[in-house]
Design a protein around this ligand. Structure first.
Ligand SMILES: NC(=O)c1ccc[n+]([C@@H]2O[C@H](COP(=O)([O-])OP(=O)(O)OC[C@H]3O[C@@H](n4cnc5c(N)ncnc54)[C@H](OP(=O)(O)O)[C@@H]3O)[C@@H](O)[C@H]2O)c1
Length: 333
Protein backbone atom coordinates (compact mmCIF):
# COMPACT_ATOMS: atom_id res chain seq x y z
CA UNK A 1 0.00 0.00 0.00
CA UNK A 2 1.04 3.62 -0.29
CA UNK A 3 0.93 6.38 2.28
CA UNK A 4 1.44 10.11 2.24
CA UNK A 5 3.78 11.70 4.73
CA UNK A 6 5.13 15.10 5.65
CA UNK A 7 8.86 14.56 5.17
CA UNK A 8 11.55 16.59 6.93
CA UNK A 9 13.64 17.53 3.89
CA UNK A 10 15.92 20.17 5.45
CA UNK A 11 16.54 21.63 8.91
CA UNK A 12 14.19 24.63 9.19
CA UNK A 13 15.57 28.14 9.59
CA UNK A 14 12.93 29.96 11.62
CA UNK A 15 9.28 29.04 10.99
CA UNK A 16 9.25 25.82 8.91
CA UNK A 17 8.09 26.13 5.29
CA UNK A 18 7.41 23.80 2.35
CA UNK A 19 11.04 23.88 1.18
CA UNK A 20 11.92 22.19 4.48
CA UNK A 21 8.86 20.06 5.27
CA UNK A 22 6.77 18.74 2.39
CA UNK A 23 4.36 15.98 1.35
CA UNK A 24 5.74 12.81 -0.26
CA UNK A 25 4.26 9.46 -1.20
CA UNK A 26 5.95 6.34 0.16
CA UNK A 27 5.26 2.60 -0.04
CA UNK A 28 4.52 0.33 2.92
CA UNK A 29 5.40 -3.28 2.14
CA UNK A 30 6.12 -4.95 5.49
CA UNK A 31 5.06 -4.83 9.14
CA UNK A 32 7.88 -6.29 11.31
CA UNK A 33 7.41 -8.15 14.60
CA UNK A 34 6.44 -5.94 17.54
CA UNK A 35 5.09 -3.31 15.14
CA UNK A 36 1.64 -2.07 14.17
CA UNK A 37 0.28 -0.78 10.88
CA UNK A 38 -1.97 2.12 11.78
CA UNK A 39 -4.22 4.52 9.94
CA UNK A 40 -3.58 7.94 11.47
CA UNK A 41 -6.74 9.78 12.50
CA UNK A 42 -5.39 12.83 14.41
CA UNK A 43 -2.00 14.51 14.75
CA UNK A 44 -1.11 16.54 17.81
CA UNK A 45 0.42 19.93 16.98
CA UNK A 46 3.04 20.38 19.71
CA UNK A 47 5.54 23.24 19.94
CA UNK A 48 8.19 20.66 20.89
CA UNK A 49 8.14 19.20 17.36
CA UNK A 50 9.95 22.33 16.19
CA UNK A 51 12.89 21.42 18.44
CA UNK A 52 13.06 17.87 17.06
CA UNK A 53 13.29 19.31 13.53
CA UNK A 54 16.61 20.96 14.46
CA UNK A 55 19.92 19.19 14.80
CA UNK A 56 20.49 20.20 18.41
CA UNK A 57 20.64 18.08 21.59
CA UNK A 58 17.17 17.51 22.96
CA UNK A 59 15.29 14.98 25.10
CA UNK A 60 14.51 13.03 21.92
CA UNK A 61 16.96 12.66 19.02
CA UNK A 62 16.57 15.02 16.05
CA UNK A 63 14.14 13.76 13.40
CA UNK A 64 16.38 12.22 10.69
CA UNK A 65 16.21 14.06 7.37
CA UNK A 66 13.97 12.07 5.02
CA UNK A 67 11.74 10.75 7.82
CA UNK A 68 8.18 11.85 8.48
CA UNK A 69 7.81 14.57 11.10
CA UNK A 70 7.53 12.95 14.54
CA UNK A 71 4.28 13.61 16.37
CA UNK A 72 1.87 12.22 18.89
CA UNK A 73 -0.98 10.61 16.97
CA UNK A 74 -4.26 8.84 17.48
CA UNK A 75 -4.71 6.00 15.02
CA UNK A 76 -6.62 2.85 14.22
CA UNK A 77 -4.80 -0.48 14.05
CA UNK A 78 -5.05 -2.07 10.59
CA UNK A 79 -2.57 -4.87 11.29
CA UNK A 80 -0.95 -5.95 14.54
CA UNK A 81 2.28 -7.92 14.87
CA UNK A 82 2.43 -7.33 18.64
CA UNK A 83 0.71 -8.86 21.66
CA UNK A 84 -1.91 -6.68 23.28
CA UNK A 85 -3.09 -4.96 20.09
CA UNK A 86 -5.85 -6.08 17.71
CA UNK A 87 -7.11 -4.90 14.37
CA UNK A 88 -9.61 -2.10 14.93
CA UNK A 89 -8.13 -0.88 18.23
CA UNK A 90 -7.85 2.87 18.64
CA UNK A 91 -4.35 3.69 19.85
CA UNK A 92 -2.38 6.74 20.96
CA UNK A 93 1.37 7.18 20.89
CA UNK A 94 4.39 8.57 19.10
CA UNK A 95 4.11 8.28 15.33
CA UNK A 96 4.44 10.79 12.54
CA UNK A 97 2.64 13.21 10.25
CA UNK A 98 1.58 10.47 7.82
CA UNK A 99 -1.68 8.96 6.61
CA UNK A 100 -0.54 5.46 7.61
CA UNK A 101 2.42 4.32 9.66
CA UNK A 102 4.35 1.24 10.63
CA UNK A 103 5.13 2.02 14.25
CA UNK A 104 6.79 0.21 17.17
CA UNK A 105 4.02 -1.15 19.39
CA UNK A 106 6.09 -0.13 22.43
CA UNK A 107 5.41 3.53 21.61
CA UNK A 108 1.62 3.04 21.67
CA UNK A 109 -1.17 2.23 24.07
CA UNK A 110 -4.73 1.19 23.43
CA UNK A 111 -7.45 3.76 24.15
CA UNK A 112 -9.89 1.99 26.47
CA UNK A 113 -12.78 0.83 24.23
CA UNK A 114 -15.25 1.79 26.96
CA UNK A 115 -13.88 5.32 27.33
CA UNK A 116 -16.75 7.84 27.42
CA UNK A 117 -14.51 10.42 25.74
CA UNK A 118 -13.76 10.94 22.03
CA UNK A 119 -10.41 9.54 20.92
CA UNK A 120 -8.86 12.97 20.29
CA UNK A 121 -9.22 13.81 24.00
CA UNK A 122 -6.23 11.46 24.41
CA UNK A 123 -4.14 14.05 22.54
CA UNK A 124 -5.56 16.91 24.58
CA UNK A 125 -6.96 16.96 28.12
CA UNK A 126 -6.34 13.24 28.73
CA UNK A 127 -2.97 13.36 26.96
CA UNK A 128 0.10 15.54 27.42
CA UNK A 129 -1.95 18.74 27.47
CA UNK A 130 -3.72 17.85 30.70
CA UNK A 131 -1.01 15.66 32.20
CA UNK A 132 1.75 18.25 31.68
CA UNK A 133 0.28 20.88 34.00
CA UNK A 134 -1.10 18.21 36.35
CA UNK A 135 2.30 16.66 37.16
CA UNK A 136 4.10 19.94 36.50
CA UNK A 137 2.19 21.72 39.24
CA UNK A 138 1.68 18.91 41.71
CA UNK A 139 5.05 17.17 41.48
CA UNK A 140 7.67 19.40 39.83
CA UNK A 141 6.25 22.66 41.20
CA UNK A 142 5.12 21.38 44.61
CA UNK A 143 2.02 23.54 44.24
CA UNK A 144 0.23 24.39 47.48
CA UNK A 145 -2.94 26.21 48.45
CA UNK A 146 -2.61 29.91 49.16
CA UNK A 147 0.28 30.46 46.74
CA UNK A 148 0.30 32.90 43.83
CA UNK A 149 0.75 30.98 40.58
CA UNK A 150 1.94 32.86 37.48
CA UNK A 151 1.25 31.01 34.21
CA UNK A 152 2.69 32.07 30.84
CA UNK A 153 0.98 31.08 27.54
CA UNK A 154 -2.04 31.02 29.85
CA UNK A 155 -4.71 30.73 27.18
CA UNK A 156 -2.87 27.91 25.41
CA UNK A 157 -3.57 24.23 25.75
CA UNK A 158 -1.25 23.51 28.68
CA UNK A 159 -1.56 26.93 30.33
CA UNK A 160 -5.34 27.10 30.37
CA UNK A 161 -5.66 23.71 32.05
CA UNK A 162 -2.75 24.51 34.37
CA UNK A 163 -4.39 27.70 35.63
CA UNK A 164 -7.63 25.85 36.36
CA UNK A 165 -5.75 23.15 38.27
CA UNK A 166 -4.13 25.96 40.28
CA UNK A 167 -7.60 27.27 41.16
CA UNK A 168 -8.79 23.78 42.12
CA UNK A 169 -5.75 23.55 44.42
CA UNK A 170 -6.65 26.85 46.07
CA UNK A 171 -4.06 29.12 44.47
CA UNK A 172 -4.35 32.72 43.31
CA UNK A 173 -3.77 32.39 39.56
CA UNK A 174 -2.44 35.08 37.24
CA UNK A 175 -2.09 34.38 33.53
CA UNK A 176 -0.06 35.99 30.76
CA UNK A 177 -1.50 35.80 27.24
CA UNK A 178 -1.30 37.51 23.86
CA UNK A 179 -4.69 39.24 23.44
CA UNK A 180 -7.48 40.86 25.44
CA UNK A 181 -9.86 38.19 24.17
CA UNK A 182 -7.61 35.41 25.47
CA UNK A 183 -7.27 37.22 28.81
CA UNK A 184 -11.04 37.60 29.09
CA UNK A 185 -11.52 33.90 28.39
CA UNK A 186 -9.16 32.77 31.16
CA UNK A 187 -10.57 35.17 33.74
CA UNK A 188 -14.28 35.16 32.85
CA UNK A 189 -14.67 31.54 31.74
CA UNK A 190 -11.90 29.67 33.50
CA UNK A 191 -11.77 31.55 36.79
CA UNK A 192 -8.21 32.91 36.71
CA UNK A 193 -7.90 35.84 39.13
CA UNK A 194 -6.16 38.09 36.65
CA UNK A 195 -4.46 38.03 33.25
CA UNK A 196 -1.83 40.26 31.63
CA UNK A 197 -1.84 40.93 27.88
CA UNK A 198 1.91 40.85 27.27
CA UNK A 199 1.53 42.57 23.90
CA UNK A 200 -0.12 45.71 25.29
CA UNK A 201 0.87 45.91 28.96
CA UNK A 202 4.04 47.95 28.41
CA UNK A 203 6.57 47.21 31.15
CA UNK A 204 6.10 43.47 31.86
CA UNK A 205 7.92 43.60 35.17
CA UNK A 206 5.58 46.34 36.45
CA UNK A 207 2.53 44.58 35.03
CA UNK A 208 3.35 41.39 36.91
CA UNK A 209 3.97 43.42 40.09
CA UNK A 210 0.55 45.02 39.72
CA UNK A 211 -1.19 41.70 39.19
CA UNK A 212 0.79 39.88 41.90
CA UNK A 213 1.11 42.41 44.74
CA UNK A 214 2.24 39.70 47.16
CA UNK A 215 4.82 38.33 44.74
CA UNK A 216 4.93 35.05 42.81
CA UNK A 217 5.40 31.77 44.64
CA UNK A 218 5.23 29.47 41.62
CA UNK A 219 6.02 30.45 38.04
CA UNK A 220 4.96 27.88 35.42
CA UNK A 221 6.90 29.01 32.38
CA UNK A 222 5.89 27.96 28.89
CA UNK A 223 7.48 30.89 27.07
CA UNK A 224 10.94 31.96 28.33
CA UNK A 225 12.57 35.14 26.98
CA UNK A 226 11.39 38.55 28.19
CA UNK A 227 8.48 37.08 30.15
CA UNK A 228 10.86 34.88 32.14
CA UNK A 229 13.10 37.88 32.83
CA UNK A 230 10.17 39.95 34.07
CA UNK A 231 8.89 37.08 36.21
CA UNK A 232 12.31 36.58 37.82
CA UNK A 233 12.07 40.12 39.24
CA UNK A 234 8.75 39.31 40.94
CA UNK A 235 9.51 36.00 42.63
CA UNK A 236 9.18 35.56 46.36
CA UNK A 237 11.97 34.05 48.44
CA UNK A 238 12.04 30.24 48.03
CA UNK A 239 9.75 30.44 44.98
CA UNK A 240 9.62 27.58 42.47
CA UNK A 241 9.91 27.80 38.70
CA UNK A 242 8.61 24.94 36.58
CA UNK A 243 10.57 25.28 33.33
CA UNK A 244 8.02 23.64 31.04
CA UNK A 245 8.74 25.31 27.70
CA UNK A 246 10.34 28.24 25.95
CA UNK A 247 8.18 28.84 22.89
CA UNK A 248 9.47 32.38 22.36
CA UNK A 249 12.82 30.84 21.37
CA UNK A 250 11.83 27.81 19.30
CA UNK A 251 12.19 29.54 15.92
CA UNK A 252 15.22 31.65 16.80
CA UNK A 253 17.76 31.88 14.00
CA UNK A 254 20.46 33.44 16.22
CA UNK A 255 21.75 32.29 19.64
CA UNK A 256 19.23 33.34 22.30
CA UNK A 257 20.64 35.77 24.91
CA UNK A 258 19.63 35.93 28.55
CA UNK A 259 17.88 35.36 30.84
CA UNK A 260 19.37 38.63 31.99
CA UNK A 261 17.91 38.43 35.50
CA UNK A 262 19.17 34.90 36.23
CA UNK A 263 20.99 36.20 39.33
CA UNK A 264 17.59 36.50 41.05
CA UNK A 265 17.49 32.70 41.28
CA UNK A 266 20.38 32.95 43.74
CA UNK A 267 19.24 36.17 45.38
CA UNK A 268 15.81 34.75 46.19
CA UNK A 269 16.81 31.08 46.82
CA UNK A 270 14.62 29.99 43.92
CA UNK A 271 14.28 26.36 42.82
CA UNK A 272 14.18 25.92 39.04
CA UNK A 273 12.87 22.54 37.93
CA UNK A 274 13.48 21.48 34.32
CA UNK A 275 10.36 19.50 33.64
CA UNK A 276 9.41 16.77 31.17
CA UNK A 277 6.03 15.08 31.19
CA UNK A 278 7.58 11.82 29.94
CA UNK A 279 9.32 11.45 33.33
CA UNK A 280 5.89 10.72 34.81
CA UNK A 281 4.82 8.02 32.33
CA UNK A 282 4.16 5.39 35.00
CA UNK A 283 1.79 7.78 36.80
CA UNK A 284 -0.32 8.70 33.75
CA UNK A 285 -3.30 6.51 34.79
CA UNK A 286 -3.56 8.41 38.09
CA UNK A 287 -3.45 11.76 36.29
CA UNK A 288 -5.97 10.67 33.66
CA UNK A 289 -8.37 9.43 36.34
CA UNK A 290 -8.24 12.76 38.21
CA UNK A 291 -8.56 14.83 35.03
CA UNK A 292 -11.52 12.71 33.86
CA UNK A 293 -13.20 13.39 37.19
CA UNK A 294 -12.63 17.14 36.87
CA UNK A 295 -13.97 17.13 33.30
CA UNK A 296 -17.07 15.21 34.35
CA UNK A 297 -17.72 17.51 37.31
CA UNK A 298 -17.36 20.59 35.09
CA UNK A 299 -14.35 21.87 37.08
CA UNK A 300 -12.05 21.66 34.07
CA UNK A 301 -12.87 23.28 30.75
CA UNK A 302 -10.76 23.20 27.63
CA UNK A 303 -10.92 24.12 23.98
CA UNK A 304 -9.81 22.05 21.03
CA UNK A 305 -8.84 23.60 17.72
CA UNK A 306 -9.07 20.86 15.10
CA UNK A 307 -7.91 21.66 11.56
CA UNK A 308 -9.37 19.40 8.91
CA UNK A 309 -7.19 17.78 6.26
CA UNK A 310 -3.78 16.10 6.08
CA UNK A 311 -2.65 18.61 3.44
CA UNK A 312 -3.17 21.50 5.91
CA UNK A 313 -0.83 20.09 8.55
CA UNK A 314 2.12 22.46 8.13
CA UNK A 315 -0.03 25.60 7.94
CA UNK A 316 -1.90 24.40 11.02
CA UNK A 317 1.36 23.76 12.85
CA UNK A 318 2.63 27.28 12.33
CA UNK A 319 -0.49 28.77 13.96
CA UNK A 320 1.18 27.88 17.26
CA UNK A 321 3.91 30.43 16.74
CA UNK A 322 1.52 33.21 15.75
CA UNK A 323 -0.71 32.62 18.76
CA UNK A 324 -3.55 31.86 16.33
CA UNK A 325 -4.50 28.52 17.83
CA UNK A 326 -7.65 28.65 19.88
CA UNK A 327 -7.16 25.75 22.29
CA UNK A 328 -5.34 22.46 21.82
CA UNK A 329 -4.29 22.34 18.18
CA UNK A 330 -4.75 19.08 16.28
CA UNK A 331 -5.13 17.98 12.67
CA UNK A 332 -7.88 15.58 11.66
CA UNK A 333 -6.22 13.55 8.93
N1 LIG B 1 7.87 20.06 29.30
C1 LIG B 1 6.94 19.27 28.79
O1 LIG B 1 6.89 18.07 29.05
C2 LIG B 1 5.92 19.89 27.88
C3 LIG B 1 4.82 19.15 27.40
C4 LIG B 1 3.89 19.80 26.58
C5 LIG B 1 4.07 21.14 26.24
N2 LIG B 1 5.17 21.80 26.72
C6 LIG B 1 5.38 23.22 26.43
O2 LIG B 1 4.24 23.95 26.86
C7 LIG B 1 4.15 25.14 26.10
C8 LIG B 1 2.73 25.31 25.58
O3 LIG B 1 2.46 24.26 24.66
P1 LIG B 1 0.97 24.02 24.12
O4 LIG B 1 1.01 22.75 23.36
O5 LIG B 1 0.02 24.18 25.24
O6 LIG B 1 0.80 25.20 23.07
P2 LIG B 1 -0.24 26.39 23.15
O7 LIG B 1 0.01 27.13 24.42
O8 LIG B 1 -1.61 25.88 22.88
O9 LIG B 1 0.16 27.29 21.89
C9 LIG B 1 1.30 28.04 21.91
C10 LIG B 1 0.98 29.46 22.45
O10 LIG B 1 2.20 30.07 22.83
C11 LIG B 1 2.06 31.46 22.70
N3 LIG B 1 3.25 31.99 22.02
C12 LIG B 1 3.71 31.66 20.79
N4 LIG B 1 4.82 32.37 20.50
C13 LIG B 1 5.04 33.16 21.59
C14 LIG B 1 6.04 34.14 21.91
N5 LIG B 1 7.02 34.43 21.04
N6 LIG B 1 5.96 34.78 23.10
C15 LIG B 1 4.97 34.50 23.99
N7 LIG B 1 3.99 33.58 23.74
C16 LIG B 1 4.05 32.93 22.56
C17 LIG B 1 0.82 31.73 21.83
O11 LIG B 1 -0.20 32.29 22.66
P3 LIG B 1 -0.30 33.88 22.89
O12 LIG B 1 -1.32 34.39 21.93
O13 LIG B 1 -0.71 34.00 24.32
O14 LIG B 1 1.06 34.47 22.59
C18 LIG B 1 0.41 30.36 21.36
O15 LIG B 1 -0.98 30.22 21.22
C19 LIG B 1 5.21 25.06 25.01
O16 LIG B 1 6.36 25.77 25.40
C20 LIG B 1 5.51 23.58 24.96
O17 LIG B 1 6.81 23.32 24.45
C21 LIG B 1 6.08 21.20 27.52
Amino acid sequence: MTKQQWTLKARPQGIPDRSEVDIETRTIDHVPDEHLLIECLYFSMDPAIRGWMSDVPNYLPPIPLGDSVRSSVVGKVLQSEADGFSTGDLVVGTGGWETHGVVPAAYFSVIPPDSPFPAHYYLSALGAVGLTPYFGLLRAGKAAAGQTLLMSAAAGAVGSIGGQIGKILGQRVVGIAGSDEKCRWVTDELGFDSCINYKTCGDMEQAIRGACPEGVDLFFDNVGGEILDAALMNLNKDANIVFCGSISNYNATEPVPGPYNWWQVLARSVTVQGYLISDYLSEFPEGQAQISEWINSGQLKFKEHIVDGFENTLDAYNLLFEGKNDGKLMVKV
